[in-house]
Design a protein around this ligand. Structure first.
Ligand code: ZN
Length: 293
């Protein structure tokens, strides 16, 4: 009897240790929000819930002062990037103070992960390091180069000043196509699938240094597009850090369809894990869209 009790207690202790190890293994994500031309107050909780539901992440939120806040209001904004494995930005608004910009540069340059969603790549046009991190942003044609994917699946660089600048046609459902099937973020996903009704960004511009396009979408001229395969999800190295941009995920008032889409949420979670660790262990969710022809 005594031996049985001891074994039981030992078993409990082991379970306790396993539980503790799992909690310690969770990746710390910081979602940055506070200004956006999109409904950040509804999208951040949705992203937070999804990341936590995966069991892989522990999330915190840093909210900036509102638009046109006085400099003094920014003095109390201390996101503390270095305390996190990955930062997810849902921010598109006023420039950050120099100290916060430098903190992000040091954090990513030193090996931190950064995930940029939808209009967050519209932000900070006058911040050179941010443009390097995102590779391409919502900018004028003269701002920088443009990257598209040709029919052979190769990246094509259009020099600045040539071709269209940033835009999108009316929202519609479109096909997303994987362009680097062995990359952990998209490994195991269908090669093509139909994304929800969303904006299809085109003509994004920037330095695009070291950029790898993981997924693209055909921007149909009949849908106000460019007639080219436009990058949807891509990676850029910055110092020792990894940056992933996903330009899907528009919210139109109460219509959260594009951010609630299982493919968008799965790609954000997988991007966060990869940006933090360089690998993806998250399974492809059962509700991920089926392969499209
Ligand atoms: Zn949008």
């Amino acid at each position: 009897m005594r031996a049985w009790v001891a074994a039981g207690a030992f078993g409990m202790a082991c379970l306790g240790l396993v539980g503790a190890a799992k909690a310690a293994d969770k990746l710390k994500v910081l979602i940055v929000e506070g200004q956006n031309n999109h409904e950040w107050k509804t999208t951040t909780p949705l992203l937070k819930a999804e990341l936590e539901r995966s069991g892989r992440f522990e999330t915190s939120v840093a909210t900036t002062p509102p638009s046109k806040a006085p400099a003094s209001a920014w003095e109390s904004f201390h996101p503390g990037f270095k305390g996190y494995d990955v930062v997810l930005t849902n921010y598109n608004g006023d420039p950050w103070p120099a100290a916060i910009r430098e903190e992000l540069e040091e954090y990513v340059g030193g090996g931190g992960g950064l995930v940029v969603m939808h209009a967050a790549n519209n932000a900070f046009a006058d911040w050179p390091a941010y443009n390097e991190m995102i590779g391409l942003g919502w900018r004028d044609p003269g701002f920088g180069d443009r990257i598209t994917i040709d029919d052979a699946g190769q990246a094509v660089r259009t020099p600045k000043g040539e071709g269209p600048g940033s835009g999108h046609g009316p929202r519609h459902a479109y096909t997303v196509e994987v362009r680097k099937a062995d990359h952990p973020i998209v490994k195991g996903l269908p090669r093509k699938w139909t994304h929800a009704v969303d904006e299809l960004y085109h003509g994004q511009r920037g330095p695009a240094k070291g950029m790898e396009v993981l997924a693209s979408a055909y921007s149909d001229k009949a849908q106000g597009g460019t007639g080219a395969n436009e990058p949807m999800v891509w990676t850029v190295p910055f110092g020792k850090g990894r940056v992933v941009t996903n330009v899907m995920g528009h919210v139109a008032g109460d219509d959260l369809g594009a951010v609630k889409a299982p493919d968008f949420l799965a790609l954000i979670a997988r991007a966060a894990e990869w940006a933090a660790t360089g690998d993806v262990t998250l399974p492809v969710p059962a509700d991920f869209p089926a392969a499209a022809k």
